[in-house]
Ligand binder design. Structure first.
Ligand code: ZN
Length: 422
């Protein structure tokens, strides 16, 4: 495994900053979140503190590609290796979302039992399981070992490798003779892969004329509108609009047939592409028009000043509460909590612990700031005075849920403005 200073495919190798897609220089730096540890690098709480590697976390803009991207690329196998602990099946709402989407895609594209569905980055197999229950043949491709083990244990066949050059041959060998690949799925994967050009060339190899490539990506316009700066992290190498995705796909002979916005991660785009050219759907036209209206790049340039104010307010609030003898715990330790806590500089002295439901995260510490992650039950059993909601984008869903389960304290939202909710 390579180390932080020796990432062979880094865009900074040779000290020249170039676009991850077109290879041209001249990119503009939009928002610099400083140096941060990998947001998935949750280490066991019992371990003695040791060195932790920090990497630059700054987003840039390539005008010709219309693409916002990080200025430092960490290889996929490094950010999504053994330490990767994100599990789709740990969230009931995600299980429901993927189950409904599987049904919807089956109807939309007229899939028949026995058709093959392939998912790149299949995680713990949640999505494929939904297709399997509809009678489809399924195959996952997943490089992260823990997720892979869970999928296989649940009866989902998986090729345990990161998708890239040469893998389409391996995949085809695993399929039943005469099987028809109708869907290739890449849900929240296109932002993660370290070599997007190789990745999409290989997707093309898997596809036939009636294969639809379905991708879901966080929508940059939603990030800007909802101020989700904490979804900027090293694992998320590119930040897409439909405009930039369309240009990217075209480089690889893939044509966008349709697209829709979905309320996933606070705003994502589902994009359907085929090898054959097709007209622009109403969905595509309407999203492109919406993107043209929002001044995304200028908003990103302006985000830093608001973030600096938020940081000062939250730290001041936490210090005041501590002086007043109040107890504050965090709730939820998603990847974005790492970006937020590290950029804000919230340490264990200000936030003693974070409650979480993901069993793989309980018993670890948040990267960099080293705040212990404990069972979410702490909120109900110990009734701390304040709960800092780190999955703040889901606050409307979480607050009533915590109330109904008996939490009586106050809530703090750290974004888009620091806010206390009684
Ligand atoms: Zn470019």
């Amino acid at each position: 495994m390579t180390t932080g200073n020796a990432h062979e495919n880094n865009v900074m190798t040779g000290r020249k900053l170039v676009c991850q897609v077109c290879g041209l220089g001249g990119m503009e730096r939009l928002l610099d979140l400083g140096n941060q540890p990998l947001c998935n690098d949750f280490l066991p709480a019992g371990d003695a503190p040791g060195p932790q590697t920090y990497y630059p976390l700054c987003i840039c803009f390539c005008q010709p590609c219309s693409l916002v991207q990080l200025d430092y690329v960490i290889p996929t196998e490094f950010s999504f290796g053994d330490q990767y602990t994100y599990l789709t099946g740990s969230s009931e709402s995600l299980i429901k979302y993927y189950s409904q989407l599987a049904q919807r895609l089956t109807d939309k594209f007229g899939l028949q039992p026995g058709d093959t569905v392939i998912e790149i980055g299949s995680n713990d197999g949640t999505f494929l399981k939904a297709f399997q229950s509809l009678g489809m043949e399924v195959l996952g491709i997943e490089g992260a070992s823990k997720s892979c083990e869970i999928a296989v244990a649940g009866g989902i066949p998986v090729v345990q490798q990161f998708f890239g050059r040469g893998l389409s041959g391996t995949i085809k060998k695993q399929l039943q003779p005469r099987s028809k690949i109708r869907l290739v799925l890449a849900m929240n994967v296109l932002a993660h892969t370290d070599n997007i050009n190789e990745f999409l060339a290989e997707v093309g190899e898997l596809m036939e004329d009636d294969t639809v490539f379905v991708s879901q990506s966080h929508w940059l316009a939603a990030l800007v509108r909802k101020f989700e700066f904490d979804t900027i992290y090293h694992e998320h190498l590119r930040y897409y609009t439909l405009t930039s995705l369309t240009r990217l796909f075209l480089r690889h002979g893939l044509h966008v047939e349709d697209a829709e916005l979905v309320d996933f991660y606070g705003g994502s785009i589902l994009v359907y592409t085929r090898k054959s050219a097709c007209g622009e759907s109403e969905g595509v036209k309407s999203i492109l028009a919406e993107e043209a209206e929002i001044n995304i790049i200028e908003s990103l340039r302006n985000m830093k000043q608001v973030l600096l104010n938020n940081r000062a307010r939250l730290l001041s609030l936490l210090v005041d509460l501590q002086n007043a003898g109040k107890r504050v715990v965090g709730i939820g330790a998603p990847m974005k909590a790492s970006t937020l806590l590290n950029f804000y500089g919230v340490t264990p002295d200000l936030l003693g612990s974070i409650g979480e439901v993901n069993q793989l995260k309980i018993g670890t510490v948040v990267p960099g700031v080293r705040i212990p992650v404990v069972d979410e039950e702490i909120l109900f059993a110990e009734q701390p005075d304040y709960a800092l909601i780190l999955s703040w984008n889901m606050a409307d869903f979480l607050i009533p849920k915590f109330r109904s389960r008996g939490y009586q304290g106050k809530f703090i939202l750290p974004v888009p403005q620091v806010e206390v909710i009684d």
